[in-house]
Design a binder for this molecule. Structure first.
Ligand code: CA
Ligand code: CA
Length: 173
């Protein structure tokens, strides 16, 4: 991957987190993502599922801030994101799963239509789209996630796919 492609990928990942597009990642972005998911799947914020999703969003934010908000101003700038979050999460993918799992666990509970705890490919694609994953990628998400083709997507598959998406490779230099 060349430097320009890397910059494009990083910009898209930053934008995925920066839900309100104000140029930095903050707590509000994570709660905005939770609210958008609840709206998409027609679940009230005050439901048990809604509260769990907002708690997961808060934990996700706290985890990301702990990794990347070096100056402690409660904002993750693009520079903090690139030089903190991306590098540290890539070096330790298990850490990403740890901080993101409560959010995705709750998101799956909000998004899945039946009594199970897995998503259909269509539900997974809707989650990805609402979280700001670009359309050209989210359209492929279902196929990528459901690699074994059984039509069911587990929590582990969701978490590891997002971890891979957020922790892209560095350019070959
Ligand atoms: Ca923001
Ligand atoms: Ca900061």
């Amino acid at each position: 991957m060349d430097r320009a492609e890397y910059e494009r990928k990083i910009s898209r990942r930053f934008a995925t987190f920066d839900q309100d597009g104000n140029g930095f990642i903050s707590r509000e972005d994570f709660h905005a993502a939770a609210a958008a998911l609840l709206k998409e799947f027609d679940k009230p914020a005050r439901s048990i599922q809604g509260q769990a999703l907002h708690e997961g969003a808060e934990a996700f934010w706290q985890g990301m801030a702990g990794i990347a908000d070096r100056d402690g101003d409660q904002r993750i700038t693009r520079d903090e994101f690139v030089n903190g979050a991306v590098k540290r999460l890539r070096d330790n993918p298990g850490r990403f799963a740890e901080i993101a799992r409560p959010f995705f666990h709750a998101a799956i509970a909000v998004a899945h239509s039946d009594a199970g705890s897995e998503l259909t490919p269509e539900e997974a694609a809707r989650v990805a789209r609402i979280l700001g994953v670009p359309e050209d990628i989210s359209g492929k998400v279902a196929a990528v996630l459901d690699a074994d083709g059984d039509g069911r997507i587990t929590e582990d598959q969701v978490v590891s796919a997002f971890a891979a998406y957020y922790t892209t490779d560095e350019p070959d230099v």
